[in-house]
Design a protein around this ligand. Structure first.
Ligand SMILES: NC(=O)C1=CN([C@@H]2O[C@H](COP(=O)(O)OP(=O)(O)OC[C@H]3O[C@@H](n4cnc5c(N)ncnc54)[C@H](OP(=O)(O)O)[C@@H]3O)[C@@H](O)[C@H]2O)C=CC1
Ligand SMILES: Cc1cn([C@H]2C[C@H](O)[C@@H](COP(=O)(O)OP(=O)(O)O[C@H]3O[C@@H](C)C(=O)[C@@H](O)[C@H]3O)O2)c(=O)[nH]c1=O
Ligand SMILES: [Mg+2]
Length: 285
């Protein structure tokens, strides 16, 4: 099976390159080889490769920056996935697409299920929701995997930002009134590969039963402040982590106060997800 993996240089994509080994022949073009902003060439690229499976881990993920370039965010997060889904349909291919907890407004006082209404607060979230809708409406066999607060030991993420700031500033000030679940990029990749291995064995029937949206985040929940404290503890860095309110951290993008995802739908088909603290320990060990 030919697999087209997009975003292989990103946090999740990098791990997917390893996790998807054994499922098929993976083509992982770089941005230079296949730019998601060039929709015509993107379509041509898919047609040339004729994948049976498209795994789209590429995205515009700069939440603050998106507020000032909504056109670019929508091109990459909504229009490009729409092209991928359209080409997948023409080829009879399936598609795995990643999305975010930021599709929710955070007003719910409990974890969000897949049936809850998405009402994003920022441009990034709106662009990601538009991408989800394009994939869903295409009618292809698909998995939309919504994850949250993704980190790892490479790339742009909160964990590396906290380690850098702790070294440079000796004190961290972190919002303590936004709750979610930190999720290791390797967890996302390994569970994705596990699902795709099942799909490979069972074929079309599996996709008929399981196509749809799934929440995929580590178990448990914390605030960004709690996450920062756990990072410092795991790294054995003695650094004060001051809890602050969202209003004390100036930002252009509004963020959901609660974006904890209820992952029971996924757990039912792939088993329990690891705890966020355990995943963090493994990542940093
Ligand atoms: N990071 C997070 O906290 C969260 C992420 N997600 C979602 O998970 C998925 C993976 O995210 P993550 O691994 O963190 O993303 P990263 O920001 O780490 O990586 C993004 C990837 O997309 C590629 N890319 C961006 N723009 C283009 C373009 N125009 N053409 C081709 N490739 C492009 C990047 O390539 P290059 O290296 O060339 O820039 C990179 O490979 C995304 O769908 C994201 O929305 C969901 C929840 C949380
Ligand atoms: C760096 C820093 C951030 N913060 C706050 C800002 C924000 O509310 C929160 C997290 O900061 P970030 O810059 O990681 O936030 P952000 O880029 O919004 O993170 C999001 O990225 C996208 C791609 C997603 O899909 C989300 O799941 C989520 O991970 O912590 C502090 O309070 N102190 C700090 O020193
Ligand atoms: Mg960010």
């Amino acid at each position: 099976m030919n697999i087209l993996l997009l975003g292989a240089s990103g946090q999740v994509g990098y791990e997917l390159q390893r996790s998807l080994q054994g499922l098929g022949d993976i083509a992982a073009p770089t941005r230079e080889q296949l730019d998601l902003t060039d929709l015509d060439r993107l379509a041509d690229g898919v047609r040339a490769l004729k994948p049976a499976l498209i795994v789209n881990a590429a995205a515009y993920t700069a939440v603050e920056q998106a507020e000032s370039e909504p056109g670019l965010a929508f091109r990459i997060n909504a229009e490009a996935p729409a092209v991928l889904a359209r080409e997948a349909r023409a080829l009879g291919a399936a598609m795995v697409h990643y999305s975010t907890d930021y599709v929710f407004d955070g007003g719910k006082n409990a974890p969000y299920t897949e049936d809850d209404l998405a009402a994003p607060l920022n441009v990034y979230g709106r662009s990601k929701l538009a991408g989800e809708n394009a994939v869903t409406e295409s009618g292809i066999s698909h998995l939309i995997l919504r994850t949250s607060w993704v980190y790892g030991m490479r790339g742009n993420n909160f964990l590396l930002a906290m380690l850098k700031r702790a070294r440079e500033q000796g004190e961290l000030r972190v919002v303590a009134d936004q709750f979610g679940a930190p999720t290791w990029c390797r967890t996302v990749a390994e569970i994705s590969a596990h699902l795709l291995a099942d799909a490979n064995v069972a074929g079309n029937e599996w996709w008929r039963c399981h196509s749809g949206i799934y929440h995929l985040a580590c178990a448990g929940q914390t605030s960004w402040h709690g996450f920062a404290e756990a990072i410092m503890a795991a790294a054995h860095i003695d650094c004060r982590v001051v809890p602050i309110a969202t209003s004390e951290y100036p930002s252009r993008a509004q963020r959901p106060p609660n974006s904890v995802l209820d992952c029971r739908k996924l757990a039912n088909i792939s088993g329990e997800l690891p705890n966020w603290q355990d995943a963090l320990q493994l990542c940093m060990s």
